[in-house]
Design a protein around this ligand. Structure first.
Ligand code: TNX
Length: 532
């Protein structure tokens, strides 16, 4: 990981570590009330602790998916604890031995019933054991992410730390508010190598996000190998902003991302941006360009100047082949077809091309996702519009919603991770405004956009565009802590929304990020604890 000249210096004097929740809770107990995203309910048992030791074992229901979550938990805890933490399944009628962390698939257990959206769990900590119950392995996975946060911050260390590994006693009952909780990584403007992408997936999983949107194509680079159109990646992938060497994912690489994400309960949403944002494709295959001539590669940061040829059948062969290969590689339900900033086309031509593209997606048995400029195109069942506007009303979106479209909320002035935090932020852009933590946190996706009721909101996503972003350190600096705020909006019940409480919980998380070598923006809005 290369380091960048990030604004790591603190702009405010350190303040004492905040204590949230009941004053009766000490430093260990307060971890129960510092969980992010805020759970549905938290009931501390003051004074009770579970101590994770060299003798602790992990047991799961006799189910391969539950066992995989148990292995994941062990993988998370072994580096810092140095403990063996053996993982095994329990027979149906076995009671777990003492000193065990148990993950139980219990479809009928109240109050952790099968939840909609998927992912509810119940976590009980007593002096003898930790038990996580859920109707699905996804729920167990989220219970594990919560358990991680109940351990000391040193649990994030990649080398053995002394502990003690105390878990505060109590009960958490939890379930997600929205089904779609995501982040987008633009791998086109700057290409990111596989380890960088997998590390980004890890960051999503920590805070119970469950969709990774990959912006795979744009004017500056085509990043996924397509067997039937090889020059897309070979030529279209060889550039990036400011003239770097670019790169692309082989189909095997892409499968690796999909599998790595799936193991963390994350669905990959691939985007092929159409009909604009296509210069890289046109530079590889001039026949796709309106004038039939391949343009030069583009390494600047303007938008809206490119378009595929609307009237040419080769364009639709290309779309069919690309989306066909991508659909075959993508187990998740969504194909994102872009649709933004197609300034070269009038409304009629835009409708012509995008109506056909939407039907091609449906023919591949996938669900259309598009930026909200796609709203005026004809309704196809289930389609999803991603709102990135900076206002709280959009008649085209409201009208599409009346026809049954669902919306992913990504307001540019709230969720855009490439916006600067303050005027002093050296990375990023500011066309949608400055976004520090409070701006990212203090809104409600369920009521934000006129004519888009909470029932039509599929979820929330924070996009990271990378015109100015080149390294993992820079990704994380722009992502933390805003993505954590967005994750809470996407997961937690609206009734838990409380800026004053959130900023204290967020402050308490920074030692975790430091132990995990995650760069973050030390926002002056947050009372960070003193650095050790
Ligand atoms: C707008 S948001 C774009 C992107 C840029 C971004 C920069 C959207 C759908 N289109 O092409 O990268 O602004 O903030």
């Amino acid at each position: 990981m290369s380091s960048a000249p990030l604004e790591q210096s603190r702009t405010h004097p350190p303040v004492p570590r905040p204590r949230t929740g009941s004053p009766a809770l000490d430093g260990v107990g307060s971890r129960l009330t510092e969980v992010i995203p805020a759970p549905v309910s938290v009931r501390p048992t003051p004074g009770v602790r579970y101590l994770l030791t060299a003798g602790t074992t992990i047991r799961t229901s006799d189910d391969p998916a539950a066992l995989a979550v148990g292995e994941h938990l062990a993988d998370l805890l072994r580096p810092a604890t140095g403990h063996p933490l053996p993982v095994a399944t329990l027979a149906a009628d076995d009671t777990p031995p003492a000193d065990t962390v148990t993950l139980l698939l219990e479809p009928a257990t109240e109050p952790a019933p099968a939840t909609e959206p998927d992912g509810g769990y119940r976590l009980d900590v007593t002096a003898e054991q930790v038990v996580i119950r859920a109707a699905t392995a996804t729920g167990l996975f989220y219970g594990v992410q919560t358990l991680r946060q109940l351990l000391p911050a040193e649990i994030e260390s990649t080398t053995v730390a002394p502990g003690p590994w105390e878990v505060p006693g109590g009960q958490i009952v939890d379930a997600p508010r929205f089904a779609y909780r995501g982040a987008m990584l633009d791998v086109s403007r700057h290409f990111f190598e596989m380890p960088d992408v997998l590390r980004f997936v890890d960051q999503l999983a920590r805070y119970k996000l469950n969709h990774l949107h990959l912006h795979l194509t744009d004017d500056q680079g085509w990043r996924i190998a397509i067997a039937s159109w090889p020059r897309l990646a070979e030529i279209g992938g060889a550039t990036e902003v400011d003239g770097g060497t670019g790169g692309y994912y082989t189909q095997a690489d892409y499968r690796t991302i999909v599998e790595y994400a799936a193991a963390r309960r994350i669905t990959v949403v691939p985007e092929i941006d159409l009909p604009g944002h296509t210069n890289a494709a046109l530079s590889a295959y001039g026949e796709l360009a309106p004038d039939g001539v391949a343009p030069a590669p583009y390494t600047g940061t303007e938008v809206g100047f490119s378009s595929v040829a609307v009237a040419s059948e080769r364009t639709y062969d290309f779309v069919d082949d690309v989306l066909g290969e991508l659909a075959a590689l993508t187990p998740g339900p969504y194909l994102h077809i872009g649709g933004d900033e197609a300034f070269k086309l009038d409304a009629t031509d835009y409708g012509t091309v995008m109506n056909r593209v939407q039907r091609i997606v449906a023919a591949k048995s996938k669900t259309v996702v598009g930026w909200h400029q796609l709203a005026p195109a004809e309704h196809v069942p289930g389609r999803v519009l991603q709102y990135w506007g900076t206002t709280t009303s959009d008649e085209n979106v409201a009208s599409a919603v009346r026809q049954g479209a669902r919306v992913i909320m990504s307001p540019g002035n709230r969720t855009y991770l490439d916006m600067k935090y303050t005027d002093a932020t050296t990375l990023g852009q500011d066309w949608a405004g400055l976004i520090d933590v409070r701006t990212a946190y203090d809104w409600d996706p369920g009521t934000y956009l006129d004519g888009v009721p909470a029932e039509s909101v599929l979820g929330v996503e924070a996009p990271l565009w990378t015109e100015t972003i080149r390294t993992v350190a820079e990704i994380e600096f722009m992502t933390y802590p805003r993505l954590v705020a967005v994750a809470e909006l996407a997961w937690s019940p609206a009734t838990t929304h409380d800026w004053d409480n959130f900023r204290l919980r967020l402050a308490a998380h920074s030692p975790r990020w430091t132990h995990a070598n995650i760069h973050f923006h030390p926002s002056p809005e947050i009372p960070w604890p003193p650095t050790q």
